[in-house]
Design a protein around this ligand. Sequence first.
Ligand SMILES: [Zn+2]
Length: 95
Amino acid sequence: MNHLDGNVLAGPGMGLFAFDPTTTQCQCQSCADIATLGQAMVYGQPMGFVARCRYCDNVLVVIVEHAGQKSLNMRGLRWLRVGDEARNDRISAGD
Ligand SMILES: [Zn+2]
């Protein structure tokens, strides 16, 4: 299955946030990679989107749209930071 660029989340994410989520920094819970959400690998489904880590394939964010409502799951993130400049640091997790 081919993946889309993380920037495809701009549309569905705008209904959940008062900011564009693709420009925010976040850290992967699994491998500690720090990147913007726009750099994730996104797989589109008929009801929503799954964003996976660009390094380890961990599921970062799931957005499901159904019956006019949106649900957001971000348990694959350690954190999501709003308002910082975009950086692409990778913090070593012991490797
Ligand atoms: Zn990762």
